[in-house]
Design a protein around this ligand. Sequence first.
Ligand code: SF4
Length: 162
Amino acid sequence: MEKPALLISRCLLGEPVRFDGAGKPLPTDILAKLTERYCLVPVCPEQLGGLPTPRPPAELQGGDGAAALVGHARVIANTGEDQTIPFVIGAHQAARTAGLHHARTALLKADSPSCGHRSIYDGRFRGLRIAGQGVTATTLAEAGLMLYDEHQLGELLAAPAN
Ligand code: SF4
């Protein structure tokens, strides 16, 4: 039987796509378990939105990803550049990719203004997290995907793969 698709943040595979040009690889035994159960579909929404790597760090200001999607919050780089549009484009590209692969589950990097699904940074570039979802996490949740982050691997691996 064909394995179900799991949308996964590219940086969790160790790919050097983060703002600082690095990755955040999951442990190899976890990756092996995931690939036993799922067909991994990697996406980096910020790259899909056209942003370069490396790029300045960015945070949501004035609200969370849901607010940004309706124009009530912005994604601002620490240089002051407004990056809301590429973040929104990348979110829609990630959701489109999920749809093309019939993915119903996503494993996303925690705390990112794109991929964070339980918390994000507070917009002041001081390392403080607040509850909220990033732009892509919101878009995927609205599309009906179940979302996990790298701190919920036990839950993901215990859940039925679908
Ligand atoms: Fe790309 Fe998401 Fe990883 Fe950021 S957290 S580097 S947007 S995959």
